[in-house]
Design a protein around this ligand. Structure first.
Ligand SMILES: NC(=O)c1ccc[n+]([C@@H]2O[C@H](COP(=O)([O-])OP(=O)(O)OC[C@H]3O[C@@H](n4cnc5c(N)ncnc54)[C@H](OP(=O)(O)O)[C@@H]3O)[C@@H](O)[C@H]2O)c1
Length: 311
């Protein structure tokens, strides 16, 4: 029998706890201890449930978890499990309670506050990302040319040490973006920081297999070099095999626009733009920033490029 109060570092203050999921190793009520039976009675909406739940992560209860397992192991012996038993009354029917459980699980990673370094926080997109992360309660370290040099691995290591994740939102001449990507991979590795979200470009997305927007004659000449630099950074990240879990976030090829934060957008790992019903690919800067912070919170798109747009 196992009961788990799933919580992260803020458990002692309760500020980050959105709910408690009781996980029973064999999924039958037979396997629950007395404390676990009391625990599962405290469902959302039951009067007094929250106060009782707050008493759960205490030392006496933890001791009870170890001492109070089932006395009779016969009902929980895996060799006795049958399909009939699964469909009989008494199992917890996790799937029937999904409307209650899914928001709890979904809220859990969002509630963990992280220490995030944003390189380029003084810039247009980096600023929006830094604000979004801070608004969600994360501890944000804004970095830029006055505090470090993103093309120097040693400078990166010193600047990002001790952070949970790094966002890089860079723009500059002489191949700054791919040089920065290379230095970030090396610098984060040395710092032991293994999460990098790279603010990418949309020009490397494809309008047909193998046909990138940046290479098409219609692509705005003013942005071509930046887009080529961004495409080079993506190739560099894709070729890496080190410990850094990178994610490359591509906005739509053209329409990353000023506008409101709606919180409603689609994201997907792919090499072509996402489009709405009218075939247009568009996102506001605040929503693009929100999608990037989502990715950090959910540890999504490991070693992948994803793109964002309105449905
Ligand atoms: N803006 C858009 O609509 C758009 C659209 C698609 C893609 N993108 C891509 O998104 C990225 C960011 O764009 P943006 O418009 O936000 O750029 P931005 O406003 O020019 O910001 C660039 C940031 O890079 C930092 N930086 C430059 N050199 C650095 C160095 N050596 N060390 C550390 N930091 C350095 C700057 O730091 P300081 O604060 O010290 O100046 C600045 O904050 C670009 O690569 C761009 O291709 C932008």
């Amino acid at each position: 029998m196992t009961t788990l109060a799933t919580c992260g570092s803020p458990c002692d203050t309760w500020s980050g706890v959105t709910g408690i999921v009781v996980q029973n190793a064999n999924a039958y009520v037979d396997g629950l201890s007395e404390p676990a039976r009391h625990m599962i009675a405290n469902r959302p909406g039951v009067p007094g449930a929250e106060d009782r739940v707050r008493e759960i992560p205490t030392l006496p209860v933890t001791r009870g978890q170890y001492e109070g397992g089932t006395a009779d192991t016969t009902p929980v012996d895996p060799s006795g499990w049958t399909l009939d038993q699964h469909f009989d009354t008494g199992h917890l029917a996790l799937e029937e309670n999904l409307p209650e459980i899914v928001p709890l699980i979904d809220g859990f990673p969002r509630a963990l506050h992280r220490k995030i370094a944003v390189i380029g926080a003084g810039g247009r997109l980096g600023g929006a990302i830094a604000r979004e992360a801070a608004d969600r309660g994360h501890q944000v370290t804004p970095l830029g040319r006055s505090t470090m040099d993103v093309t120097d691995p040693a400078s990166v290591t010193a600047a990002v040490a001790g952070h949970d994740a790094v966002v890089a939102s860079l723009k500059g001449p002489d191949g700054l973006v791919p040089r920065g990507a290379a230095a970030l991979l090396a610098g984060l590795t040395r710092a032991g920081v293994h999460r990098l979200v790279f603010v990418g470009g949309g020009g490397s997305l494809e309008y047909a297999p193998g046909q990138r927007y940046v290479d098409s004659p219609d692509f705005p000449a003013a942005y071509r070099q930046t887009a080529q630099d961004q495409a080079a950074a993506l190739e560099l990240l894709r070729a890496s095999s080190g410990p850094v879990s990178w994610t490359y976030a591509s906005p739509p090829p053209v329409h990353l626009v000023d506008g409101a934060r709606t919180g409603r957008y689609r994201t997907e790992a792919r090499d072509t733009p996402l489009t709405d019903a009218a075939g247009e690919s568009r996102i506001s800067i605040p929503d693009f920033a929100a999608a990037i912070v989502d990715t950090i919170e959910q540890r999504g798109y490991d070693r992948q490029r994803f793109t964002v747009a309105y449905a």
